[in-house]
Design a protein around this ligand. Structure first.
Ligand SMILES: [Zn+2]
Length: 129
């Protein structure tokens, strides 16, 4: 008789529904925060990839210009021009904006030195933040 009473008043085993819901809510909040950080880090990495691609392409065009004595390049960077640079060995792989931005070539000259800058329609130039 005494044993039976003790059993009924002992602490319940397992978790209550409220406890489970709180745990699930906390996990959900942590996952949402983690996903936000992940998305931001991923976007930052892709922007850096675009800037790095601009730098690589500027170097490749400069090399091409020096080797071929070509000074005039079209503002529009076509896929065929990129492929030409790859097949001629100026680029290892075709470069493009990971966000699908259009790359354009800007020619400027200061003190008789031609400068070429790549501008991405989404990310601007590599010098811009
Ligand atoms: Zn871009």
């Amino acid at each position: 008789m005494n044993e039976k009473l003790k059993k009924n008043h002992s602490a319940p085993k397992g978790f209550t529904l409220i406890e489970m819901m709180i745990v699930i809510a906390v996990i959900g909040i942590l996952m949402a925060m983690g996903f936000g950080y992940y998305q931001r880090a991923k976007a930052q990495a892709l922007i850096k990839t675009c800037k790095k691609n601009m730098f690589t392409l500027e170097g490749a065009i400069t090399q091409h210009s020096l080797n071929t004595n070509n000074e005039n390049y079209s503002e529009t960077i076509s896929d065929s021009f990129i492929n030409e640079l790859v097949s001629a060995g100026y680029l290892k792989d075709p470069v493009k904006c990971p966000f699908g931005g259009t790359l354009k070539l800007e020619n400027s000259s200061s003190n008789n030195i031609k400068e070429r800058t790549i501008r991405c329609s989404i990310h601007g130039t590599r010098h811009e933040p």
